[in-house]
Ligand binder design. Structure first.
Ligand code: UGA
Length: 440
């Protein structure tokens, strides 16, 4: 099928490349000329395992193309995915300016039936607004195959891709959710995803939009729940890892997303939780539960900072080495990374920060100041008063801490991801502090 994907950010790019991979002819659009130029040279501007190889392959066989023109993409496609950014406004609401612009541009160009699919995470109600915008801006007469055919359809098809494993998630979906208002729209979306043989959830547009909100908010709730348990563990001497294990074997609960840590970050959970709280408020429901999920997440960072202050005693002029800056492993993304708040709070008290991250340094430089970036964990450790583990990179598991210990000034480790949950750091003489391991 000829498909257009508008917006070549994280979601759009992964979607476009993967749709080509499952056999479609895809044209990806972005207004950023520099980005399109980079993509045409088969270079991926983000770090996402597996994406660049697929991009190269399908650019070469021409199943995948890039353009800055929505008009060109609209003319050539039957299905058009909208995957542009929906940043947060100051009040937490999603800013849908880009979505509206795209809907208008599609409307003025289209002269045959199109299925317009919202892929960006948007508030429930956006589908209806896209439909209205298109209708108000239609400039051409749509040639109908049969009398009574709809001129266009709008559908919702939320994504559930995780950064760092987005290609794998696209190719192996737990489910594909489609929100449609016509049989034709359903048929087209079923055909698009047929090669993946997924479990399909077919519903109306509003319910599909709500499934996305509810899924991300529920996962954020799971994380805040286990972080709250971690606080209790620290106070009464339990071990959150064992609690999570014991809970996780219950099939009704499951072990996933029960990793206590320094709180969730990234471009999705913080923004989506805010947006869902706002959406609920506007609809007349006070989503107190979700507000508390957000509070627990903020407190998780503050209590980690308080622990460091307590153990270091005087923070001023202490040298703190930070292992991991990205909001999670396998990404270079720094958006809402817990490392930002933690580092800035310690800098405000006069700490000197050294840092190492395998991928996120370039992005970290845009948001953090006065940091000495090191080429590896061993260079980082030199003269440090303590180390913080803020991202659970796999490569950190193989660090030789006996070597690290020799170059540090004081041997304290604050493991914000419970990466070294066995006793090995304690055994080689470190003062080790995890999250919810019952030591406070
Ligand atoms: C999340 C969802 O998992 C995807 O399903 C969704 O499609 C995506 O948002 C989106 O809306 O676009 P992502 O933000 O890439 O994906 O990252 P996650 O793996 O979900 O992690 C989010 C944050 O929660 C990270 O900071 C991570 O470190 C933290 N986390 C996750 C925990 O603190 N504990 C856990 O047990 C799991």
């Amino acid at each position: 099928m000829n498909i257009a994907v508008v917006g070549s950010g994280y979601v759009g790019l992964v979607t476009g490349v993967c749709l080509a991979h499952i056999g479609h002819d895809v044209i990806c659009v972005d207004i950023d000329e520099a980005k399109i130029k980079t993509l045409k040279q088969a270079k991926v501007p983000i770090y996402e395992p597996g994406l660049e190889d697929l991009l190269k392959k399908y650019l070469k066989n021409k199943r995948l193309r890039f353009t800055t023109s929505i008009k060109e993409a609209t003319k050539e496609s039957t299905a058009i995915f909208i995957a542009v950014g929906t940043p947060s406004k100051k009040n937490g609401e999603a800013d849908l300016t880009y979505v509206e612009n795209v809907a208008r541009e599609i409307a003025v160009t289209m002269d045959s039936y199109k299925l317009i699919i919202e892929k960006s995470t948007v508030p429930a109600d956006t589908g209806r607004r896209i439909e209205r915008t298109i209708r108000l801006n239609l400039k051409n007469k749509i040639k109908q195959e049969k009398k009574g055919d709809r001129e266009f359809d709008v559908a919702s098809n939320p994504e559930f891709l995780r950064e760092g494993s987005a290609v794998h998630d696209f190719m192996n979906p737990d489910r594909v959710v489609i929100g449609v208002e016509s049989k034709k729209a359903e048929k087209i979306l079923r055909e698009i995803y047929k090669p993946l043989k997924p479990k399909m959830v077919v519903t109306n547009i509003k319910s599909a939009e709500l499934i996305k909100h509810a899924s991300n908010s529920f996962l954020a709730t799971k994380i805040s729940f286990i972080n709250a348990i971690a606080q209790i563990c620290d106070h009464i001497g339990g071990d959150v890892l064992k609690v999570a294990e014991g809970m996780g074997y219950d099939k009704r609960i499951g072990r996933a997303f029960l990793n206590a840590g320094v709180g969730y970050g990234g471009s999705c959970f913080p923004k989506d939780v805010d947006a869902f709280i706002r959406l609920s408020e506007k609809s007349g429901y006070n989503f107190r539960l979700l507000k508390e999920v957000r509070n627990v997440n903020e407190e998780q960072k503050s209590s980690f900072i308080r622990l460091i202050e307590d153990k270091l005693w005087i923070v001023k002029n202490k040298v703190i080495g930070v292992l991991g800056l990205a909001f999670k492993a396998d990404t270079d993304d720094m958006r809402n990374a817990p490392s930002i708040d933690i580092i800035q709070a310690l800098q405000a008290e006069g700490a000197k920060i050294r840092a190492y991250d395998p991928q996120a340094v370039n992005n970290a430089k845009k948001v953090l100041e006065d940091i000495i970036y090191c080429k590896d964990p061993y260079e980082l450790a030199k003269d440090c008063d303590c180390l913080l583990i803020l991202t659970e990179w796999d490569e950190f598991k193989d660090i030789d801490f006996t070597k690290i210990k020799k170059s540090m000034k004081q041997d304290i480790i604050f493991d914000g991801r419970n990466l070294y949950s066995d006793n090995r750091l304690g055994d080689i003489g470190f003062e080790y502090h995890g999250i919810g391991r019952g030591q406070v």
